[in-house]
Design a protein around this ligand. Structure first.
Ligand code: C5P
Length: 232
């Protein structure tokens, strides 16, 4: 899969999601379905969006004992999504088990990527709450290396970290990067942001874009602007 824009469908209901997706008549965006939508609508929404011709990143960030994650991943694999994810903090054993669960009988499987440290975790909360005393950048890179060792396909990270991850884990190791804003757009609650064009220069493989598209007056135009800056 080449570079692409993934639209974060952070809607609370199927109705709102379909209303949004119906706007796209030509190019069907790659979409991200998160916990809110999945927990409110169940797996049916994934099947329906797939049926409509979209590729899907199912962002459920699994984190449990290896056996439980393995079995849960086997269920998600049956939904035929394109990308799944988990927390690298669940250990290499958990990530390996997840890959096993995800792999179908014919050897095919969705891509599997890891969340390193959430961007909502800062140095202080990591030290005080998690008792991890190393610098957060080092922790993020160590978790990325663990994901690579476990055989995963990539990580979710800031576009600003994409080059460092590629230098450490190889250019084929995917960087899927939220925190993207247009140069003339609102930042909202994101702290470290980059434009689609800059994310392309740094080497992101996929940018995940939510509100700059979903909250735009013209979502299709905003999506195509992202594609033009990042992909074309
Ligand atoms: O609306 P916005 O473009 O900020 O949406 C970004 C999406 O990426 C949201 O679904 C958010 O939960 C997700 N995300 C993020 N930062 C992370 C991991 C995920 O913004 N570190």
């Amino acid at each position: 899969m080449g570079k692409d824009v993934i639209v974060a469908c952070d809607f609370s209901s199927a109705e709102k999601t379909y209303e949004f997706l119906d706007l796209f008549t030509d190019r069907k965006p790659f979409v991200k379905i998160g916990m809110e939508l999945f927990y409110s609508e169940g797996p049916g929404i994934v099947r329906e969006i797939k049926k409509r011709g979209h590729r899907i990143f199912l962002d459920l960030k699994l984190h449990d004992i290896p056996n439980t994650v393995k079995k849960a991943m086997a269920v998600l694999s049956g939904l035929d999504v394109d990308i799944c994810n988990l927390h690298a903090g669940g250990t290499i054993a958990m990530m390996k088990a997840a890959l096993e669960g995800l792999t179908r009988e014919d050897g095919t499987r969705p891509l599997l990527i890891a969340v390193t440290q959430l961007t909502s975790t800062d140095q202080q909360s990591m030290e005080n709450d998690l008792l991890i005393k190393e610098p957060i950048d080092k922790v993020v890179m160590h978790y990325a290396e663990n994901a690579k060792k476990a055989g995963l396909d990539g990580v979710v990270c800031s576009p600003l970290e994409a080059k460092k991850v590629h230098d450490l884990c190889g250019s084929g190791f995917l960087t899927v990067t939220p925190g993207v804003r247009f140069a003339d757009g609102d930042i909202g609650d994101q702290k470290r942001v980059t434009t689609p064009a800059r994310a392309k220069e740094i080497g992101s493989d996929y940018i995940v874009v939510g509100r700059p598209i979903t909250a735009s007056d013209d979502p299709v135009k905003a999506y195509l602007r992202c594609v033009e800056e990042f992909v074309d």
